[in-house]
Design a protein around this ligand. Structure first.
Ligand code: GDP
Ligand code: MG
Length: 135
């Protein structure tokens, strides 16, 4: 089992719903540690750079404006297989398709306002952690 780090964001919809603690409990109960954590308002430029891989997608402008609509929690989760473990806890991108008991099934409203972000690979995790926290 490899100890990994992954970048997690609690998105503006979940912060506005006052469920930061409930979401963090899911990570803690699964054995993931919060290694870095910051509550912050993203700038448009920060959100665009973070989601640069989606720049050509039709939903990009909506995604960026959603991500800057209020504060987010940007954090690093650490633990065994943290990247996949976090993705499993999050559930599918579209909360309507997310498995019961996942964060998105329980806290998300729609595919745009879907409560959490999680790195999808080791390469993404390295880039995304460096993007917000440096080395
Ligand atoms: P994730 O890794 O599960 O977050 O999903 P993606 O990396 O594919 O997409 C990034 C984010 O863009 C998602 O979390 C959604 O908030 C948003 N998104 C993805 N697909 C769609 C879509 O078809 N329509 C809209 N409006 N937003 C989308
Ligand atoms: Mg993604």
């Amino acid at each position: 089992m490899a100890i990994e780090r992954t970048l997690s964001i609690i998105k503006p919809d979940a912060v506005a719903k006052n469920v930061i603690g409930q979401i963090e409990s899911r990570f803690e109960n699964a054995g993931l540690k919060i290694a870095e954590m910051q509550l912050k308002q993203l700038s448009k430029e920060e959100a665009e750079g973070f989601y640069a891989e989606h720049k050509e997608r039709p939903f990009f402008a909506d995604l960026v404006s959603f991500m800057i609509s209020g504060p987010v929690v940007v954090q690093v989760l650490e633990g065994e297989n943290a990247i996949l473990a976090n993705r499993d806890l999050m559930g599918a991108t579209n909360p309507k398709e997310a498995a019961a008991g996942t964060i998105r099934a329980d806290f998300a409203e729609s595919i745009d306002a879907n409560a959490v972000h999680g790195s999808d690979s080791a390469a993404s995790a390295a880039r995304e952690i460096a993007y917000f926290f440096g080395k």
